[in-house]
Design a protein around this ligand. Sequence first.
Ligand code: IPM
Ligand code: MN
Length: 348
Amino acid sequence: MSKRIAVIPGDGVGPEVVAQGLKALKAVCPKLEFETFPWGSAYYQQTGQMMPADGLDVLRGFDAIYLGAIGWPTVPDHISLWGLLLPIRKRFEQYVNLRPVRLFPGSTSPLLGRGPADIDMLFVRENTEGEYSGAGGRVHIGTPNEVAVEVPVFSRMAIERVIRYAFERARERRHHLISVTKSNASRFAYVLWDEVAAGLSSQYADVRMERVHVDAMAARMVLRPQSIDVVVASNLFADILTDLGAALQGGLGLAASANLNPEHRYPSMFEPVHGSAPDIAGTNRANPIGAVWSGALMLQHLGFTDAAQRVEAAIARTVREGKALTPDLGGSATTLELGDAIVEALLP
Ligand code: IPM
Ligand code: MN
């Protein structure tokens, strides 16, 4: 059966990399139908909104959302992101933000002497609440005694569902899960997180679970990356750690993500991690691999497992051969040329 995909190319390099992702997806899977929406910061300039008032209702009818990037210097970031990206993640209960961190053979990590066997991690980021709850406010605005409060929110239900998901993924991999918190300084939220993790751990006796504080985790990713398999962490902590992860795997341009509603009750959303990159937007120099790889994660989620594996293998082959790499990977190819090379590598 065909699957309907809503495409939101968005801002900056978004449209450039999404075009390459669509090429690969079309080459490998005839069963996808695409509809493109011009939402984002340019749309905001014209209409005062990042997407139409019924945007979420429109998206609700699709099987998945394929997104480029949101954010542009002319619109304050908290407005653009709370006008489009974050409402989609929250409203569609995309409670898992899945971010693979994997060093492809042929690409170099900034970690001296580390190879593909050392860097192969899977981050499971809580994606609906935590430090991104949106709860808070400002009083006495503009006066010297102005106060701002930003309140993290942690619910047992949301902690449990995301950690359970991480345990399931760990079962399919190396049976090791690291739960990241900061429950020494925090007295409430991360302590609850630890309790829920401990409770679930007894249900997954075949998975070894470790608890690591986020500061120590940052150091461990650099010093002992080979000791890391699956990681589960709160929204903000995993946001930060996955940028580090992206650097370890050779750069932000490579990093892919899937915002998943694992139950398929709502559409899931697939986007590269890199953002709109205003400094290189429009120059045909952005690395499309993060977007193409996110497309592979979408195929996987929609049940096109073979096609997903083919796309990932084509990315790996293109990186290994190293003939058409963008400047961030040390090459001189354009976005388009790297996209073409991936499509070529897909063909038998
Ligand atoms: C990401 C981004 C977003 C986030 C921003 C743009 C709100 O950094 O997807 O990692 O923090 O979730
Ligand atoms: Mn981020």
